[in-house]
Design a protein around this ligand. Structure first.
Ligand code: SAH
Length: 513
């Protein structure tokens, strides 16, 4: 039988949890994967790098819980997929060769004559230490570190770990998979001469927004962990270096750490706000309440594009207005040169910046970044008898065109995109609110408010108030805030200027108090 194309298996370390901690090589390989077999401990957020048409297989392997696939099945699966000629990525939490059974998987591949490559990852031990503010080695405290497993193969007779030598043999000890056996581990260490006062830290879900750490000594840690209800996955760090956490703890000290924030924006636009909040430790849950789509008909715009030189002003009131206007302009074989006649105004800084990317500098930027602000700035210039074009959303507030018409302008509104509220995810949002898991909801436009409400689907105002009772609300500007207060809810945070960086700043400021 002749083989088609030769497949290959890449064992890739996903890093400890923070998706930013995958290696550049690992990401490169994910971007070219045809099949991805991933683990419980590999952050599923990394799957966004995988091509859409690739096959994703969840291999499970949650400690204690029934494995989704046995190790033998996983090994066989890797061989089988590679033999169909595919580029297979085996994505494993942390580093594949540190307590990850990566060695066993590669042995099987080697035995089967399958090509493979291994990409190391940031192992959870170093990540947990770093993110808990514990330098794993330090010249003043320890010159050695040992990684051990606290969950030995139960089918193995006797212990593989030489506790007598390890207990005092290495300055810092990091124990993987040790939560269930913590009492036994502590006993082994103390019985073999490690001082009961030795500091110990236990770090759960290291480097993720759910990270939780507790600190004690060999004497006290068992009770502390039990009382705190710390469950796997967690690491145990033993040694004098743990004391440095008092000074160095940085990750859990960030202003938004542990806060669950619902970001309601369009998928295209959520990233800047999310990045800003996450940079400050926020745990963002993205609900793309709106999807932006082109309008069904560009009849109005097409006609106006033919006579652009007759216009005195083109007003851009949103990023999408800019984007879809230019897409249509280009589709008609035109470019920025067609816009040399009219003056151009942008509602805000971000819109003006985007215009510049399309080769057009805004002639006017209002002092206040709203439709009203823009109207006012234009009225100052005098609009009597002027031709004004507004490329914008199909459904939008009429205040800007109406104000300008009232002042004697000839206004044409050209719809260039529409907001569509997607279905799905509804139950999830509702459930998160019901169970009090949400700390904050952010709104960056009135339509995000309206779509959020339609997703929450409250029975009435008091039901909505009940669901939002403990939730802090941030609104980007006065119009968005008014849409919120019109529903009977209260806005807690509103930045002075209506930009995403200022919104992030206002939220950080709120929680820093
Ligand atoms: N190959 C992985 C380890 C897999 S063994 C690595 O290099 O990190 C599974 C154990 O790793 C868990 O029981 C836990 O002890 C530890 N672990 C993995 N990710 C972790 C995380 N984000 N926080 C704390 N412990 C983690």
């Amino acid at each position: 039988m002749s083989k088609i194309r030769k497949g290959k298996v890449y064992l890739v370390g996903a890093g400890p949890g923070d998706p930013g901690l995958i290696t550049v090589r690992g990401k490169y390989i994910l971007e070219r994967a045809q099949v991805v077999v991933y683990d419980y401990l590999a952050n599923p957020k990394l799957l966004k790098y995988v091509p859409k048409e690739a096959k994703l297989i969840y291999a499970g392997k949650k400690g204690g819980v029934k494995h989704t696939h046995t190790q033998e099945e996983i090994n066989q699966m890797l061989v089988d997929w590679a033999e169909t000629g595919k580029t297979v990525v085996r994505l494993k939490g942390g580093d594949p060769f540190i307590f990850g059974r990566g060695g066993e998987e590669v042995e099987v591949l080697s035995d089967s004559g399958v090509d493979f490559e291994v990409v190391p990852g940031v192992t959870s031990a170093t990540a947990a230490a770093t993110y808990a503010g514990i330098p794993i080695t330090h010249r003043d405290y320890t010159a050695s570190v040992a990684f051990l497993t606290g969950h030995e193969d139960p089918t193995k007779p006797g212990s593989n770990i030489n506790w007598a030598k390890l207990a005092t043999g290495a300055g810092t000890l990091v124990v993987y998979m040790g939560i269930k056996n913590l009492p036994l581990i502590v006993k082994n260490l103390v019985d073999h001469g490690r001082a009961p006062q030795t500091p110990v830290a236990v770090v759960r879900w290291a480097s993720t927004p759910e990270q939780r750490s507790v600190v004690g000594t060999l004497d006290t840690i068992v009770d502390i962990v039990r009382e705190a209800g710390i469950k796997p996955p967690a690491l145990i760090i033993v040694g004098e270096v743990v004391n440095l956490r008092k000074k160095i703890d940085w990750f859990e000290k960030r202003p938004l750490f542990g806060k669950r924030i619902v970001v309601t924006r369009t998928r295209e636009q959520a990233s800047e706000l999310m990045a800003g909040l996450e940079e400050n430790g926020g745990n963002c849950i993205e609900y793309s309440t709106i999807k932006i789509e082109p309008v069904d008909s560009y009849e109005v715009l097409d006609e106006e594009l033919e006579r652009l030189e007759e216009y005195h002003w083109i007003l851009f009131t949103s990023l999408n207005g800019v984007k879809y206007f230019f897409e249509r302009l280009y589709a008609r074989g035109m470019d920025a040169r067609s816009m040399k006649g009219p003056c151009v105004a942008a509602v805000g800084k971000a819109t003006a910046d985007l215009l510049l990317e399309y080769g057009v500098r805004a002639d006017l930027l209002p002092d206040v970044f709203t439709g009203e602000g823009l109207a006012e700035s234009l009225l100052d210039q005098g609009v009597q008898g002027r031709n004004v074009l507004i490329p914008r959303a199909e459904k939008a507030r009429e205040i800007l065109p109406e104000t300008l018409r009232g002042a004697g302008a000839q206004v044409t509104v050209a719809p260039v995109y529409k907001n569509v509220a997607p279905v799905g995810k509804r139950e999830q949002l509702r459930e998160e609110l019901e169970s009090g898991k949400v700390d904050m909801v952010t709104f960056t436009s009135s339509s995000t408010v309206r779509n959020f409400l339609s997703m929450v689907d409250a029975e009435n105002d008091s039901d909505l108030k009940r669901l939002m009772h403990e939730v802090t609300i941030a609104a980007i500007g006065p119009i968005t805030a008014k849409t919120v207060t019109d529903t009977g809810l209260t806005v807690d945070i509103q930045p002075e200027t209506y930009t995403i960086p200022d919104m992030v700043y206002a939220i950080v400021d709120y929680y820093s108090k």
